[in-house]
Design a protein around this ligand. Structure first.
Ligand code: GLU
Length: 454
């Protein structure tokens, strides 16, 4: 049975690129009847934070990335990693290294000076049992290193094709740090092995870790999973995603009023040339093929996401949208009108002012104030409104059409501006019945005030 995992480190909010990895894994599992495991890789104790973990889980749920198992937390499994490290020590495939930070730094600088890649020199590789004991007795801190075989590693990546690494790519890397906590490459392999992961799908930034993981797998006697490394999501300028590019994490997209289905749709089609672009979750699953994801990096296009969001807003029920916005159900008809044109929920909420606000937007005000006959028009129209009565939109339209001093081309716009306080918005005949009389009276008063001040 196919089994994948998503393994975030709780060192920050859920990045859009990582959310894409999560989604690809989910779609892959769902389209193959496999299962999806969530694993929290929190062994970087200094940078990991429980608050980030909850935020990541919340963002995954929001996005509809529902895991079948977990979350499994690596810090809850420390004894398992120690057990396996002890096995490697016992068989001589790992060894204790007592090199100090200063010594390692010295070795590193020496290598760089000689134009060599900075690799561990193997200084503690062949310590005798006596030397090891001696150092331990005096309480010298140590790490455990993997005795890496010096050989070329070649594997077939599901997206990159055949990838090969030369024998010196992997040095005797650390598997257990001096505080007893496992290093990333070790914990990942133990977990992927014991958890029966069949496919590891992740970003290309992990490609160079893969030979280390394959070596460990082979030594531990497990069968390595299939690996697939997809390209990363970068800004249009090829730099890591940041707020400058529109957003860098899921929380920002959510705050900007993008719907989860739009985010999933976008992340599920990035870098693919699809005939149909607006896809539901079911369609994403049905049309999923891992190979169609590019191995090369992709540019995050916020405008495209906004466009998809617009499409999904149109399909979403006003009931659901009013729930998301925390508005009572009376708002549904207003939302139904606005969702036709809003790019985000934030814009939609903001446009609700059309119906109940009394303010006028600057461009709307500027437009109205340029009309020579405005004073007369506003006075006549105001006369038609009272606390209990308001004219029909057709009457207002007729009145404006017959107003001397108002160009024909401006009739509709002025009607819109006076009733909604804005130059753009939903079809006026549909919006008009939903605008409160108080709102319109307020806007007319605002125009009057401006006119008498000028
Ligand atoms: N914890 C790693 C990360 O967040 C995941 C690596 C992996 O998928 O193997 O980058």
């Amino acid at each position: 049975m196919l089994r994948v995992r998503f393994a975030p480190s709780p060192t920050g909010n859920l990045h859009i690129g990582n959310a894409r990895t999560a989604l690809i894994n989910l779609l892959f599992a769902r389209s193959n009847g496999g299962s999806f495991l969530l694993r929290i890789e929190d062994t970087d104790v200094e940078r990991s934070d429980a608050a980030f973990e909850s935020a990541i889980l919340e963002d995954l749920r929001w996005l509809g990335v529902n895991w079948d198992e977990g979350p499994v937390r690596q810090t809850d499994r420390l004894s398992t990693y120690t057990e396996w490290a002890d096995k490697l020590l016992a068989s001589g495939q790992a060894y204790k290294c007592f090199c100090t930070v200063e010594e390692l730094e010295h070795q590193r600088r020496e290598a760089l000076r000689r134009g060599l890649p900075p690799r561990y020199t193997g200084r503690c590789r062949d310590l005798t049992a006596y030397q090891v004991k001696d150092r331990q007795v005096t309480g010298q801190p140590f790490v455990i290193r993997f005795r890496a075989p010096r050989r070329r590693i070649e594997f077939k990546d599901l997206l990159h094709g055949t990838v090969a690494f030369p024998p010196d790519h992997v040095d005797d890397f650390i598997i257990i740090r001096n505080d007893g906590v496992p290093a990333y490459n070790f914990a990942v392999v133990i977990d992927d092995m014991l958890m029966g992961v069949t496919h590891v799908i992740r970003g290309s930034d992990h490609l160079s870790n893969t030979p280390k993981q394959i070596m460990l797998f082979e030594i531990l006697g497990g069968k390595p999973p299939a690996y697939g490394h997809h390209g990363l999501l970068l800004g249009g300028d090829k730099k890591p995603l940041s707020k400058r590019h529109g957003a860098s994490n899921i929380a920002e997209l959510r705050a900007a009023g993008i719907l989860p289905e739009a985010v999933a749709n976008y992340l599920g089609i990035i870098g693919k040339s699809a005939k149909k672009e607006v896809l539901s979750r079911d369609e994403l699953i049905r049309e999923f093929s891992l190979e169609s994801f590019s191995a090369s990096d992709q540019a995050f296009d916020y405008e495209k996401l906004r466009w998809l969001n617009k499409e999904h807003l149109r399909q979403a029920s006003p009931e659901r949208l009013s729930n998301i916005l925390g508005l009572p159900h009376e708002f549904q008809s207003k939302i139904a009108l606005l969702r036709e044109n809003a790019g985000t929920l934030v814009e939609l909420r903001e446009q609700l002012d059309i119906f109940d606000g009394e303010e006028m937007e600057k461009e709307a005000l500027d437009f109205a104030l340029k009309i020579p006959a405005l004073g007369v028009i506003v006075e006549r129209i105001s006369g038609l409104f009272s606390e209990t009565a308001r004219p029909a939109i057709e009457d207002l339209h007729r009145l404006l059409k017959e107003s001397p001093g108002l160009a024909r081309k401006d009739v509709f716009m002025l009607l819109r501006v006076m009733t909604t306080g804005r130059k753009s918005g939903p079809p006026l005949t549909e919006a008009y019945p939903l605008i409160s009389t108080r709102s319109m009276v307020g806007r007319l008063a605002c125009l009057q005030k401006r006119l008498s001040n000028s």
